[in-house]
Design a binder for this molecule. Structure first.
Ligand SMILES: [Zn+2]
Length: 251
């Protein structure tokens, strides 16, 4: 039985980006595990971390990450896959203090790469995937870049997905030929929408509404994955250049 392990930065990224591929594999009798990296929480979030929770309409009394972990378990149940939650802290708990900072260069005091790489190496050794998947970091979220860099340092066989819905706002797609181009069947799309719908706390923020999420999914024809480039991925100057181009394009 072929085992696909998808390494998701946050609770929703793997389903949003390759939910159809994972659903098809599970439906064909394959094994799927979704490992989500940044699912830890602090007891009493403050500042931007708390604001991220208010953004989703949730008060300070709500255990935001516990809620999101439960949503992920529900999403995985849609296709009968296993969820693994690593208790690492996401960027708003590591000193990133605003939404623009989440998409800017990595902070000098961000020491997450080493523990993340160690945790993922342990997971990959234990889960022994036949196919290892992770994010390309389209959209430039700092947490997505960390996962990409950790994975590409662990494995030269990892395949990287186009981050969705960031992809819909991206200026261009990768110019390489994809290693996998999975055309969504109606069943895949239904499963993908079912998984996306499980992340209820994220839907209005990401899409506006459940109907808008479904409409956005209807426009997705294929899920594409790429071989990791041989060159080191994260370089601040490249990141800043891409960022400038992105901002230019938004003007
Ligand atoms: Zn994410």
């Amino acid at each position: 039985m072929t085992h696909i392990v998808a390494i998701s930065p946050h609770l929703d990224d793997a389903a949003f980006s390759v939910g159809g591929l994972l659903a098809a594999h599970a439906r064909a009798g394959g094994r799927v595990t979704i490992v989500t990296c940044f699912t830890g929480n602090v007891a009493q979030p403050t500042g931007f971390a708390l604001a991220c929770q208010f953004d989703k309409g949730l008060g300070p009394e709500v255990d935001y990450m516990a809620l999101r972990r439960a949503e992920d378990v529900a999403a995985c149940a849609v296709i009968g896959t296993q969820a693994v939650h690593l208790p690492l802290l996401e960027a708003p708990h590591r000193g990133y203090a605003s939404a623009p900072e989440l998409f800017a260069a990595r902070r000098d005091d961000d020491a997450m790469l080493a523990p993340l790489t160690a945790a993922l190496a342990e997971q990959v050794a234990a889960l022994a995937p036949d196919l290892l998947l992770g994010p390309l970091a389209i959209g430039d979220h700092v947490d997505h870049w960390l996962v990409r860099d950790a994975l590409t340092s662990i494995s030269d066989a990892v395949l990287l997905w186009e981050d969705w819905p960031y992809l819909t706002r991206a200026r261009s797609r990768p110019s390489d030929a994809p290693a996998i181009e999975h055309v969504l069947s109606p069943q895949d799309r239904a499963a993908r929408i079912g998984m996306c719908a499980a992340y209820r706390s994220q839907l209005s923020f990401q899409f506006g509404s459940v109907a808008a999420m479904e409409a956005a999914n209807d426009l997705v024809v294929t899920e594409r994955l790429y071989a990791a480039p041989a060159t080191p991925s994260y370089r601040p100057e490249v990141h800043d250049q891409r960022r400038a181009e992105h901002e230019d394009q938004q003007r």
